[in-house]
Design a protein around this ligand. Sequence first.
Ligand SMILES: C[S@@+](CC[C@H](N)C(=O)[O-])C[C@H]1O[C@@H](n2cnc3c(N)ncnc32)[C@H](O)[C@@H]1O
Length: 353
Amino acid sequence: MSTQQMKAIDAIQEAQKIALGPFLFQAVVSLRKLGVFDLIFSKRKKGGISIEEIASELSISEYGVGVLLEIAESSDVVVKNEVGGFELTKTGYFLTYNETVNVNLNFTNEVCYEGLFHLPEAIKTGKPSGLKVLGEWDTIYEGLSQLTPEVQQAWFEFDHHYSDGVFQEALRTVFKGNPKSIFDVGANTGKFAVAACGFSEEVTIKMVDLPGQLKKALANVKNNGFENRVTGHEIDWLSDNPSIPEGAELIWMSQFLDCFSKDEIVKILSTCVASMSDDAELLIMETYTDRQKFDNAKFILEATSLYFTVMANGNSKMYAAKDMIELVDKAGLTIKEDINVGEYHTIFICKKK
Ligand SMILES: C[S@@+](CC[C@H](N)C(=O)[O-])C[C@H]1O[C@@H](n2cnc3c(N)ncnc32)[C@H](O)[C@@H]1O
């Protein structure tokens, strides 16, 4: 229902939910961290569990359990049954056990929560003004390999969650033409390189990334026994004249271009075009805001854009496919195929014009 048709009483309730949203969010984080949700769930077949029992089992005060469950109950995260026992609602269940919700919640709390306070400044300056709470870098990517373990884990789980699931399906598209030499641009932890080497015994991969990240990716590749077929190429795409070697039959970019502004994307793609032969292909895999079937997927992408604004680099976002199509064209590429992968992803197969 649009807010224009909503009754004022409902609209003010919605407004208050937003005004006080951080209280509910942190209450949920606390209920998870303190083990209250797990305990409530474990008692679901025993008529729920009371505040007193929760307090005693988890050695926290009844006051503490009470204030947390009060707001959780009025927000439909838990429900109190007729005998005073608490149970998880469906929403409470998803907040505790749904993988995507978990990954998003940890990413929000560990990586973004404190820094989001600086969003107005980030919008005004075009800089990731919240990043200073994690470290003194120009972009989060320079600091990825130096983040604290909790922040790093939340960042990598968020990143991997949205690509791991589609890699196997994506590999079938990548290897349709049986390429022997692939450049993985934005290789991150080397997960794609490892998966690709597992998929084809003949392929060699060159991972292209910032020095700190590349070191980690190469170590991961070695742990998986593929060091003879995978090499690295250090690059900072934001430097003056970045370049990549020639010789790739296929250039792979997964969830990479969203880390850059529109002008930077054209610069990156044009640099790749300069290294490509007429037969080479460049594959871009992204999640686009205008290609989502579900509103909640679009909402996740919109929140991710604000992460880029305030924490990552200050000037990139999750793009609409129609924007990327324009940028690809500007860089001297044409899209030969436009393929849906999994529920959320799209692959553009591009060639030189
Ligand atoms: C979102 S991750 C890509 C994830 C990976 N391709 C996947 O699909 O899971 C973005 C990658 O781009 C790299 N990156 C960001 N800024 C960069 C820059 N200025 N130069 C080179 N690489 C950069 C990061 O180090 C990171 O590995």
